[in-house]
Ligand binder design. Structure first.
Ligand code: HEC
Length: 214
């Protein structure tokens, strides 16, 4: 017997065990008694491959009923709700850790060098320098280093000015749609950090609001 025929017989045995097919020529052994207008029926066993599939579906359905349909604690709704609860808690924690990102009333000026450097970079990048000059001395726009404010000093007021712009027709547009909230806070913080500095060519004081108050 060569290797090939061994393989063939292995395959044949496997097919036989999976199908339990009755040998051809011996049909009369499993012929049932009844006869319907000449139509006879063989009493074949159910093929094992088919039975195995049937049992597997039963096993899966039991698993499904127990694990998924709720006889067990697990449910997709619970999993979703757990994730939503976790996500909500994370959002609240983030809000608590970053109060000024969510409520104007909580805005506090940054004072650390890193954020002030970011604010300074934005002051150039967002074209503020064109009207207020790099040292904030002012040209088209007012001097931002003195205590006189047209629209209000302090981080919250400056933030609001950046958000909504100046008085109509004065040239200071509303930046809300082009500069993010955090960037506006950074810019306002930078402007505050420049309070009391002496620009090269300061524009005359404008505005009746004095801040910081004496
Ligand atoms: C096109 C010129 C122009 C540009 C660009 C500009 N501003 Fe102004 N800015 C003005 C003018 C004009 C005013 C005065 C508005 C008013 O009188 O209502 C002003 C007002 C302000 C004020 C309020 C000053 C006060 O006395 O209350 C702040 C703060 C300010 N600008 C910051 C900025 C920042 C930050 C940027 C860059 C994102 C910027 N501006 C870009 C022209 C400009």
């Amino acid at each position: 017997m060569n290797k090939h025929s061994e393989n063939t017989s292995w395959w044949k045995r496997f097919m036989k065990s999976m199908t339990k097919a009755h040998d051809l020529g011996t049909e009369k052994d499993i012929m049932l008694d009844h006869d319907y207008d000449g139509i006879r029926e063989l009493d074949n066993v159910l093929p094992p491959w088919w039975l195995a599939g049937f049992y597997i579906t039963i096993a899966i359905s039991i698993f499904y009923i127990v694990m998924v349909l709720g006889f067990n604690k697990y449910s997709q709704y619970d999993e979703l709700n757990d994730e939503l609860t976790t996500a909500k808690a994370e959002i609240e924690a983030y809000k608590a850790a970053n109060p000024q990102l969510f409520d104007d009333a909580n805005i506090v000026a940054f004072t650390d060098a890193e954020n002030l450097a970011k604010g300074k970079a934005l002051f150039t990048a967002k074209t503020c320098v064109i009207c207020h000059i790099a040292d904030l001395g002012g040209s088209i726009g007012p001097n931002l280093t003195d205590k006189h404010w047209i629209l209000g000093g302090g981080v919250k007021n400056i933030f609001i000015t950046l958000t909504n712009g100046g008085r109509p027709g004065k040239g200071m547009i509303a930046w809300e749609s082009t500069i993010t909230r955090e960037e506006r806070i950074l810019l306002a913080s930078y402007i505050i950090s420049m309070q009391g500095t002496t620009p090269a060519a300061p524009k005359e004081a404008q505005g009746d609001i004095i801040w910081p108050e004496e």
